[in-house]
Design a protein around this ligand. Structure first.
Ligand code: C2E
Ligand code: MG
Ligand code: MG
Length: 637
């Protein structure tokens, strides 16, 4: 490496860019060609009015060399240039005045160029040649081979010695100076390289995500600025897609940071495969990725969103788990919805929130009306917070009836929001917002405590066989403290666990984790019953029924309500009832509205029922009245 460095000319070192080296050599060739032309002109004008062909000949050679200069030939051409000029100068000296010729003066300047343009080899060979020329000229003059420029032939060798010393000294001096300059340039280059490396590293830290090595939001913002100026904007559309993994927080808290990070890397790898010249991927936050995609039209953009969904649909095998990721996407359009990263992100987020509220793994493209909808939600969250503080919630109770004799064996607690000025609000209108905002934890805790207290109250009134069922949201399992909340509610109300039933839905089992199973296990081991609500509408994986200690199945209202009009629904209800008895699970049909349905279900072997046929959900005092004076409805009800 060192040897190689020594063989480099200064120019080569300074001009790392070979294009610049070529250019510089070409300029030197032109420069010397002009000098040679001027020499020829000089002898024509001032000497004998005859054309001196030698400088013109060398000039032609140099102009020819000019044509052959390329990045591969710079060293050769530089060598040929210097040799041509040196030979030309020595030939001139030979032709006139010998050792005293003016042409000899060119030698030191040629040595400077040799140091500049080429390595040591050329410098030393030229110096050697020049020394030989001096002594040859002196000797040739001395023996009369060429016409002596002076009558004192002794002074010829003296002159040759002086010139030789001068050339050696200047070669050495220039060599030392060049070496120092080379070292300086080399050091300069190294520090520039170091600076560039640091710059690259800093850029990496600022513009890229550490975990996935994907570009981040800052890079995305820069890319969007660039995209705005490209012609693609005129021909098609640029979609800004935010992809959020909705169950990631859950995975993080239940499986830990290490596994969560590995899943993120797997995800990034899969998403990376969707990148192309038209689609770029970025990591935005811990749970969010961004795609910027140039598409021809909305249809192509929609197809791309579907491709993303497919890419993440397959489970991720991590350790002993098969993790299924749930996601949602919000899309905004560059130029249409905004001109910069912040606006596009805000609009895509609005669409994302609505996508999250519709079915799992869906996407939405931003529309103007969405913002109003989001604002309403934000307003409702504030109102729900206020409702918790002001105790605006109430529990209504709907009797659960034994199909055999129509006796009431318990009740399902169904929450209502008694909003001042608006009246009773159905849980269907606010539970999902309470879930999204996390307020369901607070509301659910209150419902549990209140239901336990009311049930205890029924017992003190002599209705001692009644149990109470409370609905739970999957969100209430996320913190891991649900068993404690349940036990504390029972303890505070002094209610035995056997009188409490918890209704959970199938969606809880999509993420089949020990984290949830452990909590359900702790609760059921204490004697609290677990019922699977809305059975048949969701996951319907029979495996979890045993795993999650379910005691009963609640056949969803959507099958029961019009089962008499649909043979398929009737068969489905019959199958669920049969299956539950085979698995030694109790069954309850909800949504029974008339006598005929009741009788049909009874014949099918359904054990318990719930529905408007017997009673709508009632405020606690009305429920107590109803149970105290219970009269099963007649056939005509
Ligand atoms: P769910 O647990 O499946 O409750 C049954 C729903 O069906 C109740 O609606 C009930 O009023 C209604 N229903 C019962 N019998 C009939 C009938 O014969 N015909 C008709 N058309 N409807 C009937 P509700 O009270 O509006 O509750 C809706 C859902 O809200 C509940 O469905 C439950 O998932 C949720 N919910 C209610 N209270 C709570 C709560 O305290 N916590 C949580 N997390 N969710 C709750
Ligand atoms: Mg229920
Ligand atoms: Mg239900």
């Amino acid at each position: 490496m060192k040897y190689f460095r020594d063989q480099q000319g200064l120019a080569e070192l300074v001009f790392q860019d070979t294009g610049k080296q070529v250019q510089q050599l070409k300029i030197i060739l032109i420069f010397f060609s002009i000098i040679l032309f001027l020499i020829s002109l000089n002898s024509f004008v001032f000497l004998d009015n005859s054309i001196n062909l030698e400088p013109l000949g060398v000039m032609v050679v140099l102009l020819m060399l000019h044509r052959f200069v390329s990045s591969d030939t710079t060293n050769i051409v530089a060598g040929m240039l210097l040799w041509s000029l040196t030979i030309f100068a020595s030939q001139q000296a030979f032709g006139s005045n010998g050792i005293h010729a003016t042409a000899i003066v060119a030698f030191p300047s040629l040595m400077i160029f040799a140091n500049l343009l080429s390595g040591r080899l050329l410098v030393y060979s030229l110096a050697g040649y020049m020394l030989s020329v001096f002594y040859f000229l002196a000797y040739a003059e001395h023996i009369g081979f060429i016409e002596a420029s002076t009558s004192n032939t002794d002074s010829l060798f003296k002159k040759a010695n002086i010139l030789a010393i001068f050339i050696i000294a200047s070669t050495f001096g220039i060599g030392v100076a060049t070496k120092h300059i080379k070292q300086l340039v080399h050091r300069l280059r190294e520090s520039i390289k170091k600076h560039d490396d640091i710059k690259t590293e800093v850029n990496k830290l600022v513009l890229f995500d550490k975990l996935t090595e994907l570009p981040n939001e800052i890079q995305c913002s820069d890319d969007l600025k660039y995209l705005l100026t490209t012609p693609q904007q005129i021909n098609g559309i640029t979609g800004f897609i935010i992809l959020e993994f909705t169950n990631f927080e859950w995975i993080y808290s239940s499986l830990g940071e290490q596994i969560a990070n590995r899943i993120i890397c797997y995800l990034a790898d899969r998403l990376h495969m969707l990148e192309s010249d038209h689609a770029s991927l970025y990591r935005s936050t811990s749970t969010e990725f961004i795609f910027v995609i140039s598409a021809n039209d909305y249809e192509e953009l929609t197809e791309y969103c579907q491709q993303i969904q497919q890419a993440i649909a397959r489970p991720f095998p991590v350790e002993s788990f098969d993790i299924e990721m749930t996601s949602a996407m919000g899309v905004s359009i560059l130029s249409v919805d905004g001109e910069n990263f912040e606006t596009l992100k805000q609009k895509a987020h609005t669409a994302l929130i609505l996508a999250k509220n519709s079915k799992a793994n869906s996407f939405k493209i931003f529309e103007k009306g969405m913002e109003t909808s989001i604002n309403n939600r934000v307003k409702m969250v504030q109102e729900l917070k206020k409702a918790i503080i002001l105790h605006e919630f109430e529990l209504f109770y709907q009797p659960k009836v034994c199909m055999h004799d129509q006796s009431i064996m318990g009740a399902e607690a169904l929450i209502r929001w008694n909003k001042p000025g608006e009246g009773i609000i159905s849980p269907l209108d606010f539970i999902h917002i309470a879930e999204e905002s996390g307020l369901i934890n607070e509301i659910g805790k209150w419902a549990l405590e209140k239901a336990c207290q009311d049930c205890k109250h029924w017992h003190t009134l002599g209705l001692s066989n009644l149990s109470v069922a409370v609905n739970l949201s999957p969100i209430q399992f996320q913190r891991g403290n649900l068993p404690n909340i349940v036990f504390r509610s029972l303890f505070k109300a002094d209610l035995q666990p056997m009188f409490l039933e918890l209704e959970i839905t199938e969606s809880l089992f999509i993420d089949d984790t020990d984290f949830i199973k452990d909590q359900v296990c702790q609760i059921s081991t204490k004697g609290v019953d677990i019922a699977i609500d809305d059975f048949g509408t969701g996951y319907s994986n029979l495996n979890y029924l045993t795993k999650f200690y379910a005691k009963s199945l609640k056949v969803d209202m959507s099958f029961v309500k019009d089962m008499l009009e649909s043979i398929q629904k009737e068969n489905l209800v019959a199958a669920i009832i049969k299956m539950s008895s085979m698995m030694e699970l109790e069954n309850i049909a909800e949504g029974i509205e008339d006598y005929t349905t009741y009788i049909k279900l009874k014949e099918m072997g359904c054990q318990y029922g719930q529905g408007y046929y017997w009673s709508k959900p009632l405020p606690n005092d009305e429920f107590i009245k109803k149970v105290t004076h219970w009269q099963p409805p007649g056939k005509d009800n």
